[in-house]
Write a protein of this length. Structure first.
Length: 263
């Protein structure tokens, strides 16, 4: 595992705003698109992946330390946003990986511009409309119940006597507001995406935890069925916050796939 601290940087996108990102490692570039949570962080999963790859982890518009980019208000705008990010980084093509909401963006990017995506890794990706297997509504879930939805084995709850972290509360509120902007209607899905997945030409890996209470595993299986040649894998004893709950296992699955693609 890489123990080097990531470099923190900001990209200016043609006067539209600044994108905050972390970057570490060397080798083939991997653009990692975060889930609804995790903006502005460099978790163990990233550090492990950076042991073999050049990992670039930006914050989405309105998340973390990135600017709002108010002109971006749907998933297609995010695709063009990340094409601008790749251009600003001087990268013609990259490996693209994403978790949950970020996986949805990754899939849309691979559909829209397959020539920019060397490989695609989807970690319990949102984005598909499966009425029989709806995603959980995190917006309607009481805060105290969210850890049980996200984790198979939730971390210890903070002490009731602990002072609230106001900065963390405000950051979470900003991230939730940005998420709603992009996925409120239709809720967490693009009804047209499934039939467009045939356009993906990159080698693809679809990974799911075995106990996902947010995005049912049927979504990952449908992605694997519809993306030409995609592989499917599951990690056991794990919930939706997969690369936080089982960072070593998910980093190993993803790294193994990326090394095979490179060979």
């Amino acid at each position: 595992m890489s123990t080097d601290a990531p470099a923190e940087d900001y990209l200016d996108l043609s006067g539209s705003g600044r994108v905050h990102l972390f970057r570490a490692g060397a080798g083939e570039p991997v653009l990692f698109l975060h889930a609804a949570g995790g903006a502005g962080t460099w978790p163990e999963f990233h550090a492990r992946l950076a042991a073999g790859f050049d990992v670039i982890a930006p914050d989405h518009p309105g998340f973390g330390k990135s600017d709002d980019f108010p002109e971006a208000d749907d998933i297609t705008d995010l695709v063009y946003h990340y094409l601008d990010v790749l251009d600003a980084l001087g990268l013609e093509s990259v490996h693209v990986a994403g978790g949950s909401f970020g996986g949805w963006i990754a899939a849309e990017l691979a559909v829209h511009s397959p020539h920019r995506v060397r490989s695609l890794t989807l970690l319990s990706a949102a984005g598909l409309r499966l009425p029989e297997y709806p995603p959980a509504d995190l917006f309607a879930t009481p805060p105290e119940k969210i850890p049980a939805l996200l984790f198979r084995n939730p971390p210890p709850a903070p002490s009731p006597d602990a002072e609230p972290d106001i900065d963390a509360v405000l950051a979470a509120y900003r991230d939730s507001t940005a998420l709603a902007r992009f996925c409120w209607k239709p809720f967490m899905a693009n009804p047209k995406l499934e039939r467009r997945l045939r356009r993906i030409t990159a080698p693809a890996l679809v990974v799911a935890p075995d106990d996902d209470r947010v995005i049912p595993a049927q979504h990952a299986k449908r992605y694997a069925e519809r993306i030409p040649g995609a592989r499917y894998a599951e990690v056991s004893d794990c919930g939706h916050a997969m690369y936080f709950e089982k960072p070593a296992e998910f980093a190993d699955v993803v790294s193994t796939f990326l090394n095979e693609v490179n060979r």
